[in-house]
Design a protein around this ligand. Structure first.
Ligand SMILES: [Zn+2]
Length: 277
């Protein structure tokens, strides 16, 4: 009898799949918070903001939250967020507060041959500032697709060589934490779109090398760096699996790999939270 009950309950567990995918929630710096916008039961999506950036809001229908509220805010939490400070998200005129937990990211020590990639000269710094402004503008791009994208396929085949969030030291000097996921692969291997989107930026950047940025809508963008070859141009619409270019070692690297960043509300978050379980 117990076996039958167990079998029936397992059936229910496997039936509990939802039509609308969601990223994996992780309320830590560099993670993602999913906030049911209870009390805002309007037909139009509420407009939500967190730390000065517009936040993705999707219908809760087809998710495990559908009984709780009509809308969900899906917010990227910056690596700089403090776990002892209450996080504040505003949707229309309503405030929502949430707590985050601390996360200790590991340290990584790398040696790069090009010393200017560790101690850039004034010209390099000027160039990098201009490039950064262009990239941030792409991350802030706001578009509204017909159906929200909240999950990705991997854009390259290979082992993860550096996870997201590592505290980084280049030639023993502390630098910004690792804002993406590194996938090691041979030079020339294809890099493909992880879901549908529009190319909003391409360029040859000081640190990031040859780079492509794709807008997936509602503040979700992805960035591909260190490419040897770029096969798309600004304005191109891409579908899952379309080739964006090839693995390379341009910019600040120790070898060929793809640096893949996922940005939500202009906040770089852990890309693995968006991979299908
Ligand atoms: Zn990287």
């Amino acid at each position: 009898m117990q076996k039958i009950i167990l079998f029936i309950s397992l059936c229910f567990i496997s039936l509990a799949t939802y039509a609308q995918s969601l990223p994996q929630e992780s309320r830590v710096p560099g993670g993602v918070a999913i906030i049911p916008l209870t009390g805002l039961e309007s037909t139009n999506a509420p407009s939500a903001w967190y730390k000065g950036n517009r936040v993705m809001v999707i219908p809760s229908q087809g998710t495990k939250y559908e009984q709780k509220s009509d809308w969900l805010a899906i917010a990227g939490i910056p690596l700089s967020a403090k776990h002892d400070q209450k996080q504040h998200l505003r949707a229309n005129a309503t405030s929502f507060y949430f707590q985050i937990e601390d996360k200790e990211y590991k340290a990584q020590y790398l040696t790069v041959k090009n010393k200017r990639h560790v101690e850039p000269n004034p010209e390099d710094i000027k160039r990098w500032r201009t490039e950064k402004a262009k990239m941030v503008a792409a991350f802030k791009n706001w578009s509204e697709p017909s159906s929200p994208i909240t999950q990705f396929a991997l854009p390259a085949k290979g082992p993860y060589s550096s996870p997201f969030g590592l505290k980084r030291f280049f030639n023993k000097q502390p630098r910004n934490p690792h804002s993406g996921l590194d996938i090691a692969a041979p030079q020339g291997d294809p890099i493909t779109a992880p879901s549908a989107g529009t190319v909003v930026d391409t360029g040859s950047y000081f640190f990031n090398g040859n780079t492509v940025i794709i807008d997936h809508g509602l503040g979700l963008t992805t960035m591909y760096c260190h490419m040897s070859k770029i096969d798309v141009k600004i304005g191109d619409k891409v579908s899952t699996g379309d080739k964006l270019g090839e693995i390379g070692k341009t910019g600040r690297v120790t070898g060929p790999h793809l640096h893949w960043s996922v940005s939500l509300n202009n906040t770089r978050v852990d890309p693995t939270l968006f991979l299908a379980p």
